[in-house]
Design a protein around this ligand. Structure first.
Ligand SMILES: Nc1ncnc2c1ncn2[C@@H]1O[C@H](COP(=O)(O)OP(=O)(O)OP(=O)(O)O)[C@@H](O)[C@H]1O
Ligand SMILES: [Mg+2]
Length: 246
């Protein structure tokens, strides 16, 4: 396994947000983590990328125990994250935002940049535009592009379809598939569960800090409980209207 999260607990003060969570992600997979608001999806990704400390358990990545490794070293080790809420540098151009993503790498990053521009032609068209003036969807692409600049072994994506128009939602899911086809392992968090399950190989269902179900993604698409709880009980799967997150 490329990534192994083992019996991890994470606290915010006294509140346990993650309580004994275990997941595995194999090289080459797209694995999705689905769950309701507050289930602990973002916390899980932040703990893997080193933005939150774990209070118990273990994370192994690429053969090493990274449980206590600082976040910037995890980036070097091959963990890339595109954070929830995007985190684009507003006063920097698109090109400079992307260059920031390559800071930790050897080489000039020109090969990575060419690939990002190929995946996201919109970013190539808007190289010189300030990050903060890009539209919401464009900033989402920029955040993913920036994470790719570090050539991660695994890409952690937190709600990449959030706030996007239906056409862009389709596009972002296709791009995630393409990123995976080109060799990057993906751990995907989505409330747009139906679409996440359609592109993922395997899936975990997270409820209040614990995994309650783990299965091939296709099986969960047919699972009545999952359908009722996360797939809107058969309503339009391209529905994108969701409350924004603070
Ligand atoms: N900085 C924080 N301080 C205190 N509690 C927090 C903090 N961040 C998250 N929590 C709590 O931890 C739990 C898990 O939050 P998390 O953001 O991981 O959920 P999530 O699954 O990503 O939800 P969403 O779908 O709304 O993004 C929630 O109960 C949340 O209120
Ligand atoms: Mg979240």
């Amino acid at each position: 396994m490329l990534l192994e999260v083992e019996d991890v607990h994470v606290h915010y003060g006294k509140i346990a947000a993650i309580r004994g969570l275990s997941i595995e992600v194999g090289a080459g997979e797209i694995v999705t983590l689905i769950g309701a608001n507050g289930a602990g999806k973002t916390t899980t990704l932040k703990t893997i990328s080193g933005l939150r400390p774990l209070s118990r358990g273990r994370i192994r990545f690429d053969g090493r125990d990274i449980s206590r490794m600082p976040g910037h070293k995890r980036v070097l080790a091959g963990i890339g994250q595109s954070p929830e809420g995007r985190g684009v540098f507003p006063g920097m151009t698109v090109a400079d935002n992307l260059a920031m993503g390559a800071y930790a790498r050897r080489g000039d990053g020109s090969k990575e940049l060419a690939e990002v521009y190929e995946l996201f032609p919109r970013l190539a068209e808007r190289k010189g535009q300030m990050g903060g003036t890009m539209s919401g969807g464009e900033q989402q692409m920029l955040a993913i592009g920036r994470a790719l600049m570090a050539r991660p072994k695994v890409l952690l994506l937190d709600e990449p379809s959030m706030g996007l128009a239906p056409m862009l939602v389709q596009q972002i899911f296709s791009i995630i598939e393409e990123i995976n086809r080109r060799g990057t392992t993906v751990l995907l968090v989505e409330q747009n569960a139906a679409q996440a399950l359609q592109i993922a190989h395997r899936a975990y269902v997270l409820e209040t800090g614990r995994i309650v179900k783990s299965a091939p993604a296709a099986d969960l698409l047919d699972d009545p409980q999952v359908r009722a709880a996360y797939l809107g009980g058969g309503t339009d799967v391209t529905e994108t209207e969701r409350p924004g997150e603070a």
